[in-house]
Design a protein around this ligand. Structure first.
Ligand code: FAD
Length: 271
Protein backbone atom coordinates (compact mmCIF):
# COMPACT_ATOMS: atom_id res chain seq x y z
CA UNK A 1 0.00 0.00 0.00
CA UNK A 2 1.28 3.49 -0.78
CA UNK A 3 -0.15 6.76 0.53
CA UNK A 4 0.53 10.36 -0.29
CA UNK A 5 -0.97 13.05 1.97
CA UNK A 6 -2.42 14.93 -0.96
CA UNK A 7 -3.50 12.14 -3.20
CA UNK A 8 -4.28 8.91 -1.37
CA UNK A 9 -3.72 5.94 -3.66
CA UNK A 10 -4.19 2.30 -2.77
CA UNK A 11 -2.61 -0.66 -4.54
CA UNK A 12 -4.46 -3.90 -4.06
CA UNK A 13 -2.61 -7.06 -4.94
CA UNK A 14 -4.81 -9.30 -2.83
CA UNK A 15 -8.29 -10.60 -3.59
CA UNK A 16 -10.06 -7.43 -2.58
CA UNK A 17 -13.05 -6.92 -4.80
CA UNK A 18 -13.26 -3.32 -3.49
CA UNK A 19 -16.37 -2.58 -5.51
CA UNK A 20 -14.88 -4.20 -8.63
CA UNK A 21 -17.67 -6.75 -8.90
CA UNK A 22 -18.22 -10.01 -7.07
CA UNK A 23 -15.67 -12.57 -5.91
CA UNK A 24 -13.99 -14.85 -8.45
CA UNK A 25 -16.17 -17.84 -9.24
CA UNK A 26 -13.72 -20.02 -11.17
CA UNK A 27 -10.29 -20.66 -9.68
CA UNK A 28 -7.45 -23.16 -9.55
CA UNK A 29 -7.07 -24.82 -6.13
CA UNK A 30 -3.38 -25.71 -5.80
CA UNK A 31 -1.33 -27.71 -3.31
CA UNK A 32 2.45 -27.95 -3.59
CA UNK A 33 5.50 -29.30 -1.76
CA UNK A 34 8.87 -27.64 -2.00
CA UNK A 35 11.14 -30.64 -1.50
CA UNK A 36 14.79 -31.35 -1.00
CA UNK A 37 15.07 -34.20 -3.51
CA UNK A 38 18.74 -35.20 -3.97
CA UNK A 39 17.93 -37.94 -6.52
CA UNK A 40 15.73 -35.80 -8.78
CA UNK A 41 17.51 -34.87 -12.06
CA UNK A 42 17.57 -31.07 -12.15
CA UNK A 43 17.20 -30.97 -15.95
CA UNK A 44 13.83 -32.76 -16.07
CA UNK A 45 10.36 -31.41 -15.54
CA UNK A 46 7.04 -33.20 -15.51
CA UNK A 47 3.57 -31.99 -16.48
CA UNK A 48 0.99 -34.63 -15.51
CA UNK A 49 -2.55 -34.70 -16.83
CA UNK A 50 -5.44 -37.12 -16.40
CA UNK A 51 -8.33 -37.94 -14.11
CA UNK A 52 -6.33 -40.23 -11.80
CA UNK A 53 -3.90 -37.52 -10.70
CA UNK A 54 -5.24 -34.08 -11.67
CA UNK A 55 -8.88 -34.03 -12.75
CA UNK A 56 -9.62 -30.87 -14.80
CA UNK A 57 -6.15 -29.58 -14.01
CA UNK A 58 -2.55 -30.71 -14.04
CA UNK A 59 0.28 -31.68 -11.76
CA UNK A 60 3.86 -30.51 -12.03
CA UNK A 61 7.37 -31.32 -10.88
CA UNK A 62 9.62 -28.31 -11.42
CA UNK A 63 13.29 -28.50 -10.33
CA UNK A 64 14.70 -25.20 -9.12
CA UNK A 65 18.38 -25.83 -8.32
CA UNK A 66 20.37 -26.96 -5.27
CA UNK A 67 18.47 -30.24 -5.09
CA UNK A 68 15.14 -28.47 -4.62
CA UNK A 69 11.99 -29.43 -6.55
CA UNK A 70 8.44 -28.11 -6.44
CA UNK A 71 5.87 -30.87 -6.80
CA UNK A 72 2.29 -29.68 -7.03
CA UNK A 73 -1.18 -30.24 -8.33
CA UNK A 74 -3.98 -27.84 -9.28
CA UNK A 75 -7.63 -28.62 -9.92
CA UNK A 76 -10.20 -26.15 -11.20
CA UNK A 77 -13.27 -25.26 -9.16
CA UNK A 78 -16.18 -25.30 -9.80
CA UNK A 79 -15.44 -27.46 -12.89
CA UNK A 80 -15.09 -30.10 -10.15
CA UNK A 81 -14.99 -30.02 -6.34
CA UNK A 82 -11.88 -32.15 -5.83
CA UNK A 83 -9.32 -31.54 -3.07
CA UNK A 84 -5.86 -30.93 -4.59
CA UNK A 85 -4.15 -31.91 -1.31
CA UNK A 86 -5.31 -35.51 -1.59
CA UNK A 87 -3.98 -35.84 -5.15
CA UNK A 88 -0.59 -34.40 -4.19
CA UNK A 89 0.37 -37.31 -1.94
CA UNK A 90 -1.01 -39.80 -4.45
CA UNK A 91 1.20 -38.35 -7.20
CA UNK A 92 4.44 -38.76 -5.29
CA UNK A 93 3.54 -42.28 -4.16
CA UNK A 94 1.76 -43.83 -7.14
CA UNK A 95 3.58 -42.58 -10.27
CA UNK A 96 6.53 -45.00 -10.61
CA UNK A 97 8.75 -42.51 -12.54
CA UNK A 98 8.28 -39.97 -9.73
CA UNK A 99 8.57 -42.43 -6.83
CA UNK A 100 12.01 -43.33 -8.13
CA UNK A 101 13.10 -39.71 -8.63
CA UNK A 102 11.77 -38.61 -5.23
CA UNK A 103 13.55 -41.41 -3.34
CA UNK A 104 15.01 -39.94 -0.16
CA UNK A 105 13.18 -36.62 -0.69
CA UNK A 106 11.80 -34.58 2.18
CA UNK A 107 9.34 -31.68 2.03
CA UNK A 108 10.72 -28.38 3.36
CA UNK A 109 7.65 -26.26 2.63
CA UNK A 110 3.99 -26.90 1.91
CA UNK A 111 1.87 -24.36 -0.02
CA UNK A 112 -1.84 -24.29 -0.76
CA UNK A 113 -3.80 -21.50 -2.40
CA UNK A 114 -6.20 -20.31 -5.04
CA UNK A 115 -5.53 -18.82 -8.45
CA UNK A 116 -8.29 -16.93 -10.30
CA UNK A 117 -9.12 -18.71 -13.56
CA UNK A 118 -11.69 -16.60 -15.33
CA UNK A 119 -9.69 -13.92 -17.10
CA UNK A 120 -9.11 -10.33 -16.08
CA UNK A 121 -11.74 -8.44 -14.08
CA UNK A 122 -13.66 -5.85 -16.13
CA UNK A 123 -11.95 -2.78 -14.58
CA UNK A 124 -8.73 -2.31 -12.59
CA UNK A 125 -9.07 1.29 -11.50
CA UNK A 126 -11.38 3.32 -9.28
CA UNK A 127 -10.94 6.65 -7.55
CA UNK A 128 -7.66 6.25 -5.65
CA UNK A 129 -7.41 2.50 -6.30
CA UNK A 130 -5.52 0.24 -8.70
CA UNK A 131 -5.75 -3.56 -8.83
CA UNK A 132 -2.70 -5.52 -10.00
CA UNK A 133 -1.78 -9.20 -9.97
CA UNK A 134 -4.18 -11.96 -8.95
CA UNK A 135 -6.62 -9.35 -7.59
CA UNK A 136 -7.12 -8.11 -11.15
CA UNK A 137 -7.16 -11.62 -12.66
CA UNK A 138 -3.90 -10.69 -14.42
CA UNK A 139 -2.23 -14.10 -14.38
CA UNK A 140 -2.18 -16.50 -17.31
CA UNK A 141 -4.88 -19.14 -16.90
CA UNK A 142 -3.10 -21.41 -19.38
CA UNK A 143 -0.95 -23.07 -16.72
CA UNK A 144 -1.78 -20.89 -13.71
CA UNK A 145 1.28 -18.66 -14.10
CA UNK A 146 0.83 -15.55 -12.01
CA UNK A 147 4.15 -14.37 -10.59
CA UNK A 148 5.64 -12.90 -13.78
CA UNK A 149 2.36 -11.24 -14.70
CA UNK A 150 1.84 -9.83 -11.19
CA UNK A 151 5.29 -8.22 -11.53
CA UNK A 152 4.53 -6.78 -15.01
CA UNK A 153 1.15 -5.44 -13.83
CA UNK A 154 2.62 -4.09 -10.61
CA UNK A 155 5.28 -2.20 -12.58
CA UNK A 156 2.67 -0.81 -14.96
CA UNK A 157 0.36 0.16 -12.07
CA UNK A 158 3.31 1.80 -10.27
CA UNK A 159 4.19 3.89 -13.32
CA UNK A 160 0.56 4.99 -13.68
CA UNK A 161 0.33 5.81 -9.97
CA UNK A 162 3.52 7.91 -10.17
CA UNK A 163 2.08 9.86 -13.12
CA UNK A 164 -1.21 10.35 -11.27
CA UNK A 165 0.52 11.71 -8.19
CA UNK A 166 2.64 14.03 -10.33
CA UNK A 167 -0.51 15.27 -12.07
CA UNK A 168 -2.36 15.59 -8.72
CA UNK A 169 -5.20 13.50 -10.13
CA UNK A 170 -5.96 10.05 -8.73
CA UNK A 171 -9.48 9.89 -10.14
CA UNK A 172 -10.76 6.73 -11.84
CA UNK A 173 -10.78 8.63 -15.14
CA UNK A 174 -7.05 9.37 -14.88
CA UNK A 175 -6.07 5.96 -13.50
CA UNK A 176 -8.02 4.26 -16.32
CA UNK A 177 -4.88 4.64 -18.47
CA UNK A 178 -3.55 1.62 -16.52
CA UNK A 179 -6.48 -0.49 -17.83
CA UNK A 180 -5.75 0.70 -21.38
CA UNK A 181 -2.05 -0.05 -21.13
CA UNK A 182 -2.62 -3.47 -19.58
CA UNK A 183 -5.20 -4.42 -22.18
CA UNK A 184 -3.12 -3.33 -25.15
CA UNK A 185 -0.11 -5.30 -23.82
CA UNK A 186 -1.76 -8.42 -22.38
CA UNK A 187 -5.46 -8.80 -23.25
CA UNK A 188 -4.97 -10.75 -26.47
CA UNK A 189 -2.59 -13.37 -25.02
CA UNK A 190 -4.66 -13.68 -21.85
CA UNK A 191 -7.89 -14.16 -23.81
CA UNK A 192 -6.24 -16.95 -25.81
CA UNK A 193 -4.77 -18.53 -22.65
CA UNK A 194 -8.26 -18.57 -21.11
CA UNK A 195 -9.78 -19.99 -24.31
CA UNK A 196 -7.25 -22.85 -24.21
CA UNK A 197 -7.71 -23.36 -20.48
CA UNK A 198 -11.48 -23.81 -20.83
CA UNK A 199 -10.95 -26.13 -23.80
CA UNK A 200 -8.40 -28.45 -22.16
CA UNK A 201 -9.98 -28.40 -18.69
CA UNK A 202 -12.81 -30.40 -20.26
CA UNK A 203 -10.49 -33.02 -21.85
CA UNK A 204 -11.15 -36.69 -21.18
CA UNK A 205 -8.20 -39.03 -20.58
CA UNK A 206 -8.53 -40.28 -24.18
CA UNK A 207 -8.29 -36.69 -25.47
CA UNK A 208 -5.13 -36.13 -23.42
CA UNK A 209 -3.63 -39.31 -24.85
CA UNK A 210 -4.22 -38.15 -28.41
CA UNK A 211 -2.99 -34.62 -27.61
CA UNK A 212 0.35 -36.05 -26.52
CA UNK A 213 1.06 -36.92 -30.16
CA UNK A 214 0.65 -33.25 -31.03
CA UNK A 215 2.74 -32.06 -28.07
CA UNK A 216 5.54 -34.48 -28.96
CA UNK A 217 5.80 -32.98 -32.43
CA UNK A 218 6.34 -29.40 -31.19
CA UNK A 219 9.91 -28.16 -31.27
CA UNK A 220 11.32 -27.21 -27.84
CA UNK A 221 11.10 -23.53 -28.90
CA UNK A 222 7.42 -23.88 -29.90
CA UNK A 223 6.60 -25.69 -26.64
CA UNK A 224 8.35 -22.98 -24.59
CA UNK A 225 6.61 -20.18 -26.52
CA UNK A 226 3.19 -21.80 -26.06
CA UNK A 227 3.75 -22.42 -22.33
CA UNK A 228 4.88 -18.81 -21.91
CA UNK A 229 1.55 -17.79 -23.41
CA UNK A 230 3.19 -15.81 -26.20
CA UNK A 231 0.67 -16.51 -28.96
CA UNK A 232 1.48 -15.43 -32.51
CA UNK A 233 0.19 -16.35 -35.95
CA UNK A 234 3.58 -17.90 -36.76
CA UNK A 235 3.32 -20.17 -33.71
CA UNK A 236 -0.13 -21.39 -34.79
CA UNK A 237 1.03 -21.91 -38.39
CA UNK A 238 4.13 -23.74 -37.11
CA UNK A 239 1.97 -26.09 -35.01
CA UNK A 240 -0.23 -26.79 -38.04
CA UNK A 241 2.79 -27.41 -40.26
CA UNK A 242 4.13 -30.04 -37.84
CA UNK A 243 0.70 -31.61 -37.35
CA UNK A 244 -0.96 -31.85 -40.76
CA UNK A 245 -3.48 -34.37 -39.38
CA UNK A 246 -5.06 -31.48 -37.43
CA UNK A 247 -6.50 -30.15 -40.66
CA UNK A 248 -8.88 -33.11 -40.78
CA UNK A 249 -9.91 -32.86 -37.12
CA UNK A 250 -11.56 -30.50 -34.62
CA UNK A 251 -8.08 -29.26 -33.65
CA UNK A 252 -7.94 -27.16 -36.81
CA UNK A 253 -11.20 -25.41 -35.86
CA UNK A 254 -9.69 -24.51 -32.49
CA UNK A 255 -6.49 -23.17 -34.06
CA UNK A 256 -8.61 -21.13 -36.47
CA UNK A 257 -10.37 -19.56 -33.47
CA UNK A 258 -6.95 -18.74 -32.00
CA UNK A 259 -5.85 -17.12 -35.26
CA UNK A 260 -9.07 -15.10 -35.34
CA UNK A 261 -8.35 -13.78 -31.82
CA UNK A 262 -4.69 -13.10 -32.66
CA UNK A 263 -5.72 -11.02 -35.67
CA UNK A 264 -8.55 -9.15 -33.91
CA UNK A 265 -7.52 -5.64 -32.87
CA UNK A 266 -7.43 -5.05 -29.10
CA UNK A 267 -10.34 -2.87 -27.96
CA UNK A 268 -8.74 -0.01 -26.03
CA UNK A 269 -9.46 3.67 -26.38
CA UNK A 270 -6.53 5.98 -27.13
CA UNK A 271 -4.85 7.68 -24.14
C1 FAD B 1 0.12 -23.76 -4.96
C2 FAD B 1 0.40 -22.65 -5.91
C3 FAD B 1 1.54 -22.71 -6.73
C4 FAD B 1 1.80 -21.68 -7.63
N1 FAD B 1 2.91 -21.79 -8.40
C5 FAD B 1 3.19 -20.81 -9.27
C6 FAD B 1 4.35 -20.89 -10.09
O1 FAD B 1 5.12 -21.85 -10.04
N2 FAD B 1 4.60 -19.86 -10.93
C7 FAD B 1 3.76 -18.78 -11.03
O2 FAD B 1 4.03 -17.88 -11.83
N3 FAD B 1 2.64 -18.69 -10.28
C8 FAD B 1 2.35 -19.66 -9.40
N4 FAD B 1 1.23 -19.56 -8.62
C9 FAD B 1 0.40 -18.35 -8.72
C10 FAD B 1 1.11 -17.22 -7.96
O3 FAD B 1 1.39 -17.63 -6.63
C11 FAD B 1 0.22 -15.96 -7.92
O4 FAD B 1 -0.26 -15.68 -9.21
C12 FAD B 1 1.03 -14.75 -7.42
O5 FAD B 1 1.54 -15.02 -6.13
C13 FAD B 1 0.13 -13.51 -7.40
O6 FAD B 1 0.81 -12.46 -6.79
P1 FAD B 1 -0.01 -11.28 -6.13
O7 FAD B 1 0.99 -10.33 -5.57
O8 FAD B 1 -1.02 -10.77 -7.08
O9 FAD B 1 -0.86 -11.97 -4.96
P2 FAD B 1 -0.36 -12.74 -3.67
O10 FAD B 1 0.99 -13.38 -3.89
O11 FAD B 1 -1.51 -13.62 -3.28
O12 FAD B 1 -0.14 -11.60 -2.60
C14 FAD B 1 -1.25 -10.98 -1.97
C15 FAD B 1 -0.79 -10.53 -0.59
O13 FAD B 1 -1.86 -9.79 0.00
C16 FAD B 1 -1.96 -10.18 1.36
N5 FAD B 1 -3.36 -9.89 1.77
C17 FAD B 1 -4.45 -10.66 1.66
N6 FAD B 1 -5.53 -10.06 2.16
C18 FAD B 1 -5.12 -8.87 2.62
C19 FAD B 1 -5.78 -7.78 3.26
N7 FAD B 1 -7.08 -7.79 3.51
N8 FAD B 1 -5.04 -6.70 3.60
C20 FAD B 1 -3.70 -6.65 3.33
N9 FAD B 1 -3.03 -7.66 2.73
C21 FAD B 1 -3.74 -8.74 2.39
C22 FAD B 1 -1.63 -11.67 1.34
O14 FAD B 1 -1.23 -12.12 2.63
C23 FAD B 1 -0.49 -11.70 0.34
O15 FAD B 1 0.76 -11.49 0.94
C24 FAD B 1 0.92 -20.58 -7.72
C25 FAD B 1 -0.23 -20.50 -6.92
C26 FAD B 1 -0.48 -21.53 -6.03
C27 FAD B 1 -1.72 -21.45 -5.19
Amino acid sequence: MQMSQLTPLLFASYWCTCGHGGAFRRYGFGAEYDLYAPNYPQDELFLIMGSAFAPQGYAWAFPRGNGRVRLGVGVIHPDNDEDARIYLDRIMRDIPQLAERFKGASPLEYHTGLFPSEGAVPGFSRDGLLLAGDAGGHGSTLVGEGIRFAIYSGQMAGETAAEAIKAGDTSAAYLGRFDQRWRSRFARDMDIAYMINKHIAAYSDAQWDSSLDLLKRLTPAQAAQALRGDFTASLVMGILARNPSLIATGGKRFLDKMLERINKPVAVSAE
